[in-house]
Design a protein around this ligand. Structure first.
Ligand code: HEM
Length: 335
């Protein structure tokens, strides 16, 4: 992550922002945040050499985002009623237009090519891996799958079933990772842009970390994750942004267990019932977050011990339990 951060921040992002500032040219910061998040997550998955360069490759980024975002209004059918969708398709009724299938194919092909690049690099005899070039997630997944013989046997097809298993998981993670972090960063910047006082305070908190670094050393020009984690205002700004602008506002569904259950005071909920909760609603509970509609990072600093515990219990931006976000630490570190 350290090597990845150096490349993404120092070689790509910061020079672009600086150049915009110097030339006074406007920048679409939301797209830039998507791009930064995508470059981070894919570099961690596939290694820097096989990952996206959305920050620099604006044309590919534009094509990808067009394809990705064009699917947005059509997620209901495959997600909530895949059976009905297939049945209707057999009757000749396409509830999801062809261009969505095409966009999906495009995105899947791209993800598969990064998986192949990562596999080739790790199989290569030379294997000139720097740490930032290791395909951390992809390699770990391939190792952990403990594939059966049937899955690894070569079928003669160009793309083996096992490649698809890995690519499918990788696609889940990159999609889950880039959009959420991008959205969060954009809200954070928007809110900070309205609070110059807070920008100044944040700078005061951050700068000592940087002034202690040897800025010309290739390995020591970023503060340690531990040092960043310990900054109260930075932490509060993220918590408050994730509270008021949860990138996944919900609902997060769960199915009730095989015996009748009690939930939020309702007894006898039958087994197999789909229930859900929404971070959007939980985060607006006035009893826990007074003036809940106001973005106020200071609330996370001023709160007493008991109130802070309460706020933590109600904070659900990453969900909880067995289906909780697997990328929450990665996201916080990257952002
Ligand atoms: C600000 C950034 C992020 C937010 C707000 C976020 C939020 C969430 C939420 C709310 C869920 C559902 C949790 C539940 O149902 O309890 C989730 C699931 C998930 N997230 Fe994230 N996420 C973020 C970043 C990431 C990143 C960087 C990754 C990359 C690995 C990631 C991978 C996933 C995956 C794979 C799941 C599904 C887990 C499962 O169903 O078992 N997320 N995320």
């Amino acid at each position: 992550m350290h090597e990845i951060s150096q490349v993404v921040l120092y070689e790509r992002l910061l020079p672009m922002i600086e150049s915009s500032a110097v030339t006074g040219s406007p920048t679409d910061i939301h797209e830039l945040n998507f791009a930064t998040a995508m470059d981070f997550i894919t570099a961690y998955q596939f290694g820097l050499g096989n990952s996206s360069n959305f920050l620099r490759d604006t044309s590919f980024r534009g094509d990808f985002l067009d394809a990705y975002l064009s699917r947005r209004t059509y997620t209901f059918w495959p997600q909530e009623a895949p059976g009905v969708m297939k049945f209707l398709k057999r009757l000749g009724v396409n509830v999801v237009p062809e261009f969505v299938d095409e966009a999906n194919r495009k995105i899947e092909t791209w993800c598969l090519s990064m998986c192949k690049g990562a596999a080739n690099a790790s199989n290569s005899a030379k294997n000139p891996q720097s740490l930032g070039n290791s395909a951390v997630v992809c390699t770990q997944l391939a190792r952990s799958l403990k594939l059966t013989d049937a899955q690894t046997s070569k079928s003669g097809a160009e793309v083996q079933p096992v490649d698809l298993i890995i690519a499918s998981e990788m696609l889940d993670q990159l999609a889950a990772g880039f959009e959420t972090s991008g959205i969060t960063l954009t809200y954070l910047m928007h809110e900070l842009s309205k609070r110059p006082d807070l920008q100044a305070a944040l700078r005061d908190e951050l700068l000592p970390l940087y002034s202690e670094l040897q800025l010309n050393s290739p390995t020591a020009n970023l503060p340690s994750p531990r040092a960043l984690d310990a900054l109260p205002l930075l932490q509060a700004i993220f918590m408050e942004t994730l509270r008021l602008h949860a990138a996944i506002p919900g609902p997060q569904p769960r199915i009730t267990p095989p015996t009748p259950s009690t939930l939020a005071g309702y007894a006898g909920i039958p087994p197999g019932t789909r229930v859900s909760a929404l971070p959007y609603a939980l985060h607006r509970n006035e009893a826990v977050f007074p003036d809940a509609l106001v973005w106020e990072p200071e609330r996370w600093i001023k709160a007493g011990k008991e109130q802070k515990e309460d706020m933590g219990r109600w904070f659900w931006a990453f969900g909880s339990g067995g289906r909780m976000c697997i990328g929450s630490n990665f996201a916080m570190q990257g952002m």
